[in-house]
Structure formats: structure tokens, C-alpha cells
Design a protein around this ligand. Structure first.
Ligand code: NAD
Length: 499
């Protein structure tokens, strides 16, 4: 059995806790490796080493740090296929989709090459007589990133890039379900010139996460994963006085207006609903057609497209639309929720429950499902399914449709399909959701904008990547300096205005 490691001080280090988790090949159901689960002692040791390494890295000028980002960009491009193969083999997503996962992370590293510009600070000349005032953005010290299974390249890169470019050391605790790509990325950053100890990859589960939250040296925690864990980490991290941002689950609605291009909308729904087996936080899981005519027209177009989806292993070539889900437990959870949909009265228009792939009977494949006549009280509407299951909720009016999306507890992404600029503008303005698409089903902002959901999809006040990341990973120090000329006036006892 292949045994994975931690990455500490620029080297692979075996786990010493004696605890391991299985890493599966989701396409075959086989265990392909085991990953060590760090103890509190292992985590604390890695943090202490990171703190020592951070001192020099934090004092390295931003342009030199940016050059490490520049080199990393080249190396990630060089190793793109190798990374994508490993990613697909542990996660299950298709090879082109695995490359997309890496690409969207890479773009944040490209953005981080601009760190010197982002870290410039502010200066006021002559704020008072002989007085200058300036602010600088300084690294926090040691920060931690805790990431989910569904983007094992993109989200670790979203954490590592800005944190390191700002001069911090990072403890990355990736998902224990697909930990190999984060380890490969750490090797790449070393080759790019990152000093040893500045990036530590600690594999683990709740024990190592709790150790991060309890470690007083760790100044900030960035988390991405499910909402209950996001809320737990946010509460506990904040209570410990850390800076914390946590991004959680989603239930993204796409509203289809009667004037929408129905073919475009149907294609968008199939890609956004079933791509990556629905295991995307920006997947569309709820379609809300406005009016019975719209619903019928959409349904008529959706059915043949969904029935034509090709489900298979990543090794079967580029015409596979989506692969298996990540674990047997994920598959069971999806199928259990599908059962509740049937029991609670939704119409199961396309039933993927008995899907089986010849030669891959033990793989974690789930066939595509389409529900119609779903209502807001049903479990399949309220809960995040995180699988290839699309629910159609018929709305009688635009107001009812926008109300559904606004009343849902999640607020990650949403989309409207329409030809009416006024409706689109109203929607974008009123909706209480963080990322909005107008005739775009998965509105993932690019690296130089920021990514983050509202309501139960995001805890904390700064988003991921873009300018917010440079704020999250630095703190502001403001210096007021005075070089008096002439006679000293003696002590001042009042709070001085800069007169
Ligand atoms: P998860 O919450 O199970 O795990 C995320 C991380 O938390 C992992 O590193 C895991 O080891 C750790 N963890 C798990 N249980 C823990 C516990 N009890 N205590 C402490 N740490 C724990 O999430 P997942 O299944 O890996 O990822 C899927 C979820 O992530 C979905 O809900 C999806 O919507 C969400 N997600 C959100 C975004 C976003 O930006 N909002 C992006 C991607 C994924």
C-alpha cells in the first residue's frame, strides 16, 4: 500500500500518529493509498518550524517573493498533465475538468505576481507641520488554510498564493480524500524558490484542524468546505482571537425567464448541474422556470440532453461528461436524498438510481437525476445534495422566483437567463447572494475579482483572492512621524488634530 506523507521543512515526512485514512480511486472503488492523519503534536511542531522560517520570508522584499510566484506559474504549466492525472485519479473528475481545476488556481498565482503593487501602502505628506503619516501592510505570521476535496488544486492555490506572496508562512491542511496534488504543489513551490518551512502541508482530519484552532501562533485561518464545519471553525477560530474566513455549502438557483433563449438555458443547466458530478460549490442544483410554458419548454429540452450524458472514468477519454463522486459515503448520501425526494412527492423525471457502468461496478458512479415539481419544504430543495441531481421548482412569477432564491439559507451563487436587461439588472441589484450570473450559469469571478458567498455560504467579511486576499493576509500598521524644527513646545495632553 502506497503511503503518503506530510510536507515539512521542504521534505516529505512520514506521519507518526499511527492514524491513517484511505485514499480511493473513485472510478474503481479501490483504495490506492493511505494518508497519515496528523496528531496535535505533529501540527504544533510544523507550526513552530513555520514560525521560524517566516521571519526571513516576511522580511524578503515583495518583488523577490513575487518572483517565486512567477517561477511557480511556469512549473505548474510544465506539470499540468501530471497534476491533472493525479487529480483525476483521486477525485474522479474528468481530465479536462481536472486541468480547469488547476488552471483556475494558477490564475490566482499569476495575480499574486502583482504583490508588490498590492502591498504598497499609503502615504500622506505633511499631515501636520513636520508630520508625515504612512500605512504599511505587514504579514500576519503563520496562517492556515483548510480545504475541501472538490477542488484539490484550485482552492489550495487560492490559499497559498496570496498568503505566501504577502510574506506569511502557511500551514495547508488539505482534504484527506485527495491529498496528493497539494503535496505535489508544495514540491513545485520549493523548486520555484520558496524557502523550506514557509509552506507546510499537514494531512489530517478533525484532530489537526482542532490543533490549528488551538495553536496560538496561528494568526489566521481560511477555510472552504461544508457549512456546519465552516460555522464550527469560524466560531472557534474567532473565539480564540484569530482572523477567520470560512466558505460553506451552496444551493444555487438558476431562474429562467419566459423570454430566455431556451436552448442556451438548457445547455447551461446541463453543464452547470451535472459537470463534475454536481460536486461544485457553484453547481446549479435548482432550476426555477417562470411560468408553466417556460417550465414545459425547458423540461422538453432538458430530458434528451440529460439522457445523453456520458458518465465514466477519467481514463475513458475527453467525451466523458462527468465521473464518479468522491466516496461510497457520498454516493449513499446522494441516493438517500433522492429517495426522500420521491417519498416527499417530487416527480423523478430521470431516475439514475440503478446506474451501473460495466467494468466499474464498484466505482462510485451516480447516474443523472432530474426532479420536477419540487417544492421548498422538501429535503432535496433545502439540503445541499452535492451530486448529479437537478431539481426544478416551478414559479408563477419573477417575484416568486427571486423570492425562492432569497429565502434559501445558502447564498453562494445564482443566475438568471433572460433577454430583458431590466429584469437582469433588477435581479443583480436585489438578490442577497454573493455571485450572480446573467446568462452565465457558473459565475465564478476571475482571480483579480473576489470570490465569496453570502448567508450560510460565507462567514467573515473578506472574500477569497483578488484585492480582499491581500487585506486578509496582512495587517495594517500606521506610522505618524514628526520631525520638529524650531523650539520644542513641551508635552501635549489633548488628542491632537492635525492642524
Ligand atoms: P468538509 O466540510 O467535509 O471538509 C472540508 C475540510 O474540513 C477538510 O479539510 C476536512 O478534513 C475538514 N473537516 C471535515 N470534518 C471536520 C470536522 N468535524 N472538524 C474539523 N474539520 C473537519 O467538506 P468537503 O466534503 O471536503 O467539501 C464539500 C463542501 O465544500 C460542500 O459543502 C461544498 O459546497 C463546499 N465548498 C464550498 C466552496 C465555497 O467557496 N463556498 C468551494 C468548494 C466547496
Amino acid at each position: 500500500m502506497r503511503e503518503l506523507s506530510h510536507w515539512i521543512d521542504g521534505q516529505h515526512v512520514s506521519g507518526t500518529s499511527g492514524r491513517f485514512a484511505d485514499v480511493f480511486n473513485p472510478a474503481t472503488g479501490e483504495v490506492q493509498a493511505r494518508v497519515p492523519l496528523a496528531s496535535k503534536a505533529e501540527l504544533d511542531d510544523a507550526v513552530a518550524r513555520a514560525a521560524a522560517a517566516q521571519v526571513k520570508w516576511g522580511a524578503t522584499n515583495p518583488q523577490r517573493r513575487a518572483r517565486v510566484m512567477m517561477a511557480a506559474v511556469q512549473l505548474i504549466n510544465r506539470d499540468m498533465d501530471k497534476l491533472a492525472e493525479k487529480l483525476s485519479s483521486e477525485h474522479g473528475k474528468t481530465f479536462p475538468d481536472a486541468k480547469g481545476d488547476i488552471q483556475r488556481g494558477l490564475e490566482v498565482i499569476e495575480y499574486c505576481i502583482g504583490a508588490p503593487q498590492m502591498l504598497k501602502g499609503e502615504f500622506t505628506d505633511s499631515a501636520g507641520p513636520g508630520i508625515d503619516m504612512y500605512s504599511m501592510r505587514q504579514p500576519l505570521g503563520v496562517v492556515a488554510g483548510i480545504t475541501p476535496f472538490n477542488f484539490p488544486a484550485m482552492i489550495p492555490l487560492w490559499k497559498m498564493g496570496p498568503a505566501l506572496a504577502c510574506g506569511n508562512a502557511m500551514i495547508l491542511k488539505p482534504s484527506e480524500r485527495d491529498p496528493s496534488v497539494p503535496l505535489m504543489l508544495a514540491e513545485i513551490f520549493k523548486e520555484a524558490g520558496l524557502p523550506d518551512g514557509v509552506l507546510q502541508v499537514i494531512n489530517g482530519d478533525k484532530e489537526s484542524v482542532d490543533a490549528i484552532l488551538d495553536n496560538e501562533t496561528v494568526q489566521a485561518v481560511g477555510f472552504v468546505g461544508s457549512t456546519p464545519i465552516a460555522h464550527y471553525i469560524y466560531s472557534r477560530g474567532c473565539a480564540a482571537g484569530k482572523r477567520v474566513q470560512c466558505f460553506g455549502g451552496a444551493k444555487n438557483h438558476m431562474i429562467i425567464m419566459p423570454d430566455a433563449d431556451m436552448d442556451l438555458a438548457a445547455d447551461a443547466l446541463v453543464g452547470a448541474g451535472y459537470g463534475a458530478a454536481g460536486e461544485r460549490c457553484m453547481a446549479i442544483s435548482v432550476a426555477v422556470p417562470v411560468g408553466e410554458g417556460t417550465a414545459d419548454a425547458l423540461r422538453e429540452r432538458l430530458i434528451p440532453k440529460i439522457e445523453a450524458l456520458k458518465v465514466g472514468p477519467w481514463t475513458a477519454g475527453d467525451d466523458v461528461d462527468y465521473g464518479p463522486v468522491v466516496t461510497a459515503a457520498a454516493k449513499e448520501n446522494i441516493l438517500r436524498l433522492v429517495e426522500t425526494g420521491v417519498e416527499q412527492g417530487a416527480e423523478l423525471v430521470i431516475d439514475g438510481r440503478n446506474f451501473s457502468l460495466q467494468g466499474y461496478e464498484d466505482g462510485f458512479f451516480v447516474g443523472p437525476h432530474l426532479f420536477d415539481h419540487v417544492t421548498p419544504d422538501m429535503d432535496i430543495y433545502r439540503k445541499e445534495i452535492f451530486g448529479p441531481v437537478l431539481s426544478m421548482v416551478r414559479a408563477a412569477s419573477y417575484e416568486e422566483a427571486i423570492g425562492l432564491a432569497m429565502d434559501h439559507e445558502y447564498g453562494n451563487g445564482t443566475a438568471i437567463f433572460t433577454r430583458d436587461g431590466d429584469a437582469a439588472r433588477d435581479f443583480a441589484h436585489r438578490i442577497n447572494i454573493g455571485m450572480v450570473g446573467i446568462n452565465v450559469p457558473i459565475p465564478v469571478p476571475l482571480a483579480y475579482h473576489t470570490f465569496g458567498g453570502w448567508k450560510k455560504s460565507g462567514f467573515g467579511d473578506l472574500n477569497q483572492h483578488g484585492p480582499d486576499a491581500f487585506k486578509f493576509y496582512t495587517r495594517t500598521k500606521t506610522v505618524t512621524s514628526r520631525w520638529p524644527s524650531g523650539i520644542k513646545e513641551g508635552a501635549a495632553f489633548n488628542f491632537r488634530a492635525m492642524d
